[in-house]
Ligand binder design. Structure first.
Ligand code: G4P
Length: 528
């Protein structure tokens, strides 16, 4: 098959939702359709139920054994589908943001009773900013929930989307009878007992056909007709181009647990979802169809077995073909690297693969060469954009608690930061190290991993920082900048790439500083 045909076959996407909306259940049903797994319950939830470290460790341990759950691939119809796992827990939001740089589209899952929740809002905002095509799946229709029109309004208002329903529920909760599929023009009837099988569908080109009354009852049929009329009046007609540009989001209704409305979602998805898309680098836009390979690291997974320190770096292939045993340029270090056993992912398994194509994810064994955001090419010097660091929410000094193990601690910190577990800032004034994280949970994770994987012990000390701001100035020699560096020395640090960062202790002091030094820019992300 030619490169273009391989590219056309691929659909690489992520499912995003607030925890508990049904992401794991939906993923599992999609895999069942692809024949990639045989039974329900095979996909492990990555949920952190109690919010406890032990919970996280258990999950990481399980994933360490089966890291492949980070990417679940399956074939459906003539398409190869790659689902990238996105943690729903807010403390791991940064991991999810980074994974979103590697997807070509997303499915947003919303709980019909809870509506739009906090984490959904944040993640959708990131997708919206990047114009990632989105399909919305409203889940748990077998339960009592909000009115369909109210929910569509909520999605538009809270998520800033322009929606158009491609299916519509017939009743809800106790009275849930099924779904009218606007996309395929048919009706799918619901029967509560069916948990895993694909339901039958009844073709219904015209809902005014009196036969509809016999099937769902006169009252339900009349209500459906009225509601559909309203749908056609109020919402824009579906246009694939608008969806691909990120300006229109189709909506499906269903129940993942009952495998209801899932096939409809999948059938539409494979038809409309984008192939691997072009990606911006610091020098130019790269097209998937270019014959030279390029890709970037969006995730690094530690091996949780302390006997094997190696890690798995997840690379998204952007262009050309990635081949086994071929030397590629690791742009940041200017070194050629060769990989003898790259992994491809299939359902929950990983296997060694000879060639991978744009849209695919390859897992590369790494002994410490990679950092998140690194680019690999066939020789071209360029760096993929779009994996910024965000200002952390929590800041603490990290201290060495075992003077005999200073080296181990240093190495452990460096490697954990490369993995993107947290961010390290080194104070300009005295070289002290500050760890910044998105959630408080990471501090325990870091302490645990330093001890178990590197044999090092650490303690933390509180530090009053409100935000980390990356500092930029046109001319480093300007007097204002020199004064800023002198006056604010106590609050200045370098990030792991040596970029200057201002650690503001309050919103007020940040505002005052911005006013006092207008020629200096303060950014909340590292890429600007
Ligand atoms: P998440 O990955 O988004 O966090 O959600 P997950 O799929 O784990 O689903 C969260 C809970 O919602 C699970 O119940 C799951 O069974 C339930 N659920 C998912 N889809 C539907 C649906 O269509 N209808 C109904 N009624 N429930 C649904 P749980 O009790 O928290 O977990 P479990 O013990 O059943 O696994």
């Amino acid at each position: 098959m030619s490169l273009i045909q391989e590219i056309r076959k691929r659909r690489t996407f992520g499912i995003i939702s607030h925890p508990d909306a049904g992401k794991t259940t939906l993923t599992e049903k999609l895999l069942l359709f692809g024949g990639a797994i045989q039974e329900a319950g095979a996909v492990k939830s990555n949920k952190i139920k109690k919010g406890a470290t032990s919970d996280f460790m258990e999950i990481e341990r399980q994933r360490g054994i089966s890291v492949a759950t980070s990417v679940l691939a399956f074939n459906y119809k003539d398409k190869k589908i790659n689902i990238l796992d996105t943690p729903g827990h807010k403390d791991f939001a940064e991991d999810t943001f980074r994974t979103l740089t590697a997807v070509d589209s997303v499915i947003v899952v919303i709980d019909v009773a809870k509506g739009v929740e906090e984490q959904t809002e944040k993640l959708v905002e990131v997708c919206r900013m990047r114009n990632i095509p989105m399909i919305v799946f409203i889940n748990k229709l077998d339960r009592e929930g909000k009115d369909a029109f109210d929910l569509l309004d909520e999605v538009e208002q809270k998520l800033g989307l322009t929606v158009t329903p491609l299916s519509f529920p017939i009743g809800m909760g106790y009275d849930f009878k099924g779904i009218y599929n606007i996309w395929e023009k048919n009706i799918n009837l619901f029967s509560g007992e069916r948990k895993t099988t694909v339901s039958d569908t009844i073709k219904f080109e015209d809902v005014n056909d009196p036969k509809l009354n016999d099937i769902i009852g006169e009252t339900a049929a009349d209500t459906l007709r009225e509601e559909l009329e309203l749908v056609y009046e109020v919402y824009p007609a579906f246009e694939k181009e608008a969806y691909l540009k990120g300006t229109l989001q189709p909506v499906f209704f269903g129940s993942a647990l009952n495998n209801f409305g899932v096939r409809e979602l999948l059938d539409c998805f494979v038809e409309i979802a984008p192939n691997p898309r072009p990606k911006d680098s610091d020098t130019r836009e790269v097209l998937p169809t270019e014959d030279k390979f390029s890709g970037f690291v969006f995730k690094i997974h530690a091996n949780m077995d302390p006997k094997h320190r190696d890690r798995l770096a997840f690379v998204k292939v952007v262009s050309g073909e990635f081949k086994r045993n071929t030397p590629y340029l690791h742009v940041r270090s200017d070194k050629k690297l060769k990989f003898s056993s790259p992994n491809a992912f299939f359902a929950e398994k990983k296997e060694i693969v000879d060639v991978s194509y744009p849209g695919d994810i390859v897992g590369l064994h790494d002994t410490g060469n990679f950092k998140i955001g690194d680019t690999l090419t066939e020789g071209e010097v360029m760096q993929y954009k779009g994996i910024p660091s965000f200002s952390p929410e929590h800041f603490r000094y990290i201290n060495n608690a075992d003077p005999m193990k200073a080296k181990q601690l240093q190495k452990g910190i460096d490697q954990l930061m490369d993995e993107g577990v947290a961010q390290l800032f080194t104070l300009e004034l005295n070289g002290r190290k500050v760890i910044g994280t998105v959630g408080a949970l990471q501090y325990e994770v870091i302490q645990y991993r330093l001890e178990h994987e590197y044999g090092a012990k650490c303690t933390y000390e509180n530090l009053n920082v409100h935000k980390a701001c990356w500092v930029a100035v046109e001319d480093e020699n300007n007097e204002e900048f020199k004064e800023f560096k002198r006056v604010k020395q106590k609050f200045l640090a370098k990030d792991k790439y040596g970029q200057l960062v201002f650690l503001a202790d309050s919103m007020f002091s940040l505002q005052m500083t911005q006013q006092k030094y207008p020629s200096i820019q303060f950014h909340f992300t590292s890429e600007f």
